[in-house]
Design a protein around this ligand. Structure first.
Ligand code: C2E
Ligand code: MG
Ligand code: MG
Length: 365
């Protein structure tokens, strides 16, 4: 450990102070150096460890600038550690930084955590529906249920602002069950009112698959609302590691056995979606918005056509997300392989709508 600290000492400017406050935290007090310089120091420190043949463990790195002199060392270390945890939100970053922006994000997260129960009780969470149109008929052939948070102070919050955080603290499971419950209640009411009905897709987060009894819990919600299973689809994403994969495969197969359709969300955006397609019983692939957005770029078009061809060979349906213009609609129509059902979802047709507006939309489409 001593050698390790000394080796770090060597990489920093002479007037820096290097010490250790626990067996895994090295503190470096140094004059105000730039982010780029810190990066260079980090690289040098790693290289030195390698050269001197010291044990190689992963080094994570957090910067806390302009330290408030009244803070205790413990508090300073704590804040630096928070900055490190923040790296999880931005895997491309090599160094965590506790700065104003980071402090604001932490505050927002604290606020979201504290406000969660209130949000549930006061019905601040709403379920919006975005229609999916069948290109063959032009009619609505499905819809996706998407969560919204109407925050009393912050106003309309899009899921991008809170879902990634709720995936780190487990609240996402409650959000997803809430969306499923609400959507099932809506479908039940639509059935009772004799409205036009299409299958509704509900998102299941990767994190949900860690829950024991997930399939039973969800199936119970659907059955309690007396919703026919063929009206419920689940959108899933690919798995990150092997243990996930086994759990998820079992759950997805159970969902299938119970008569629900499975959609593979964000297809073409990850590392192994082709693999996922081979491993799980997928009924529908949802082509990622990025591929659709770039469909007029020749390279992307080749990939998009490849995805459509794969779908047609596997006899699965396709949903294209993020269709915004008539040119995109026309191009997708052209590209659709014969015998492959293709639905389009995007602002060209409609944004996600509050339930009453979605009901009106269904009347007119
Ligand atoms: P997603 O499941 O891929 O949902 C599609 C997203 O694309 C939605 O964003 C939708 O509003 C947006 N979108 C649809 N058409 C267009 C278009 O033409 N142009 C553009 N630019 N965007 C379009 P949203 O509602 O903000 O949701 C973002 C993501 O948050 C979702 O991506 C999903 O991953 C997650 N999410 C939303 N609701 C839930 C939920 O209830 N549970 C879980 N686990 N995740 C959710
Ligand atoms: Mg989705
Ligand atoms: Mg998607």
């Amino acid at each position: 450990m001593r050698e390790f600290v000394e080796s770090i000492q060597k990489t920093y400017p002479k007037n820096s102070i290097v010490g250790m406050n626990s067996d895994d935290v090295v503190l470096v007090f140094t004059e105000n150096v730039s982010f780029e310089e810190h990066k260079a120091f980090k690289e040098k420190a790693v290289a030195t460890l390698r050269e001197e043949d010291l044990p190689r463990f992963p080094i994570n790195f957090a910067i806390y600038r302009n330290i408030d002199k009244d803070l205790s060392i413990e508090k300073i270390c704590h804040n630096a550690k928070l900055a490190l945890e923040g790296l999880r939100f931005n895997p491309d970053a090599m160094i965590g930084e506790f700065d104003e922006k980071f402090r604001e994000r932490l505050e927002l997260q604290e606020e979201m955590k504290d406000g969660f129960e209130r949000a549930v009780a006061d019905k601040e969470f709403r379920v919006y529906y975005q229609p999916k149109h069948d290109v063959a008929t032009g009619k609505v052939g499905g819809a996706e249920a998407l969560i919204r948070w109407i925050h009393p102070e912050r106003g309309f919050m899009s899921p991008g602002a809170f879902i990634p955080f709720f995936e780190t603290n487990g609240y996402i499971c409650r959000v997803d069950l809430f969306v499923i419950e609400t959507a099932c209640q809506d479908i039940r009411r639509w059935l009772d009112e004799g409205r036009n009905i299409v299958p509704v897709s509900m998102n299941i987060s990767q994190v949900d698959f860690d829950q024991a009894g997930l399939v039973e819990t969800i199936t119970e919600i659907v059955d309690r609302n007396r919703v026919p299973h063929e009206l419920v689809h689940f959108e899933i994403t690919e798995s990150f590691n092997a243990t996930d994969k086994v759990k998820k495969k079992n759950a997805v197969e159970e969902f299938k056995k119970n008569g629900f359709m499975i959609e593979l969300d964000d297809f073409g955006s990850g590392y192994s979606t082709l693999n996922t397609l081979g491993q799980l019983p997928i009924d529908i692939i949802k082509v990622d918005m990025d591929l659709i957005r770039n469909m007029f770029d020749p390279k992307h078009q080749v990939i998009l056509k490849g995805a459509l061809y794969t779908a047609s060979q596997l006899e699965v349906e396709v949903v294209a997300e993020g269709v915004e213009t008539v040119e995109m609609v026309e191009a997708m129509k052209e590209m659709r392989p014969e015998n492959t059902r293709l639905l389009l979802q995007g602002y060209y047709y409609s944004k996600p709508l509050p339930v009453a507006e979605f009901e009106a939309y269904m009347e007119n489409n």
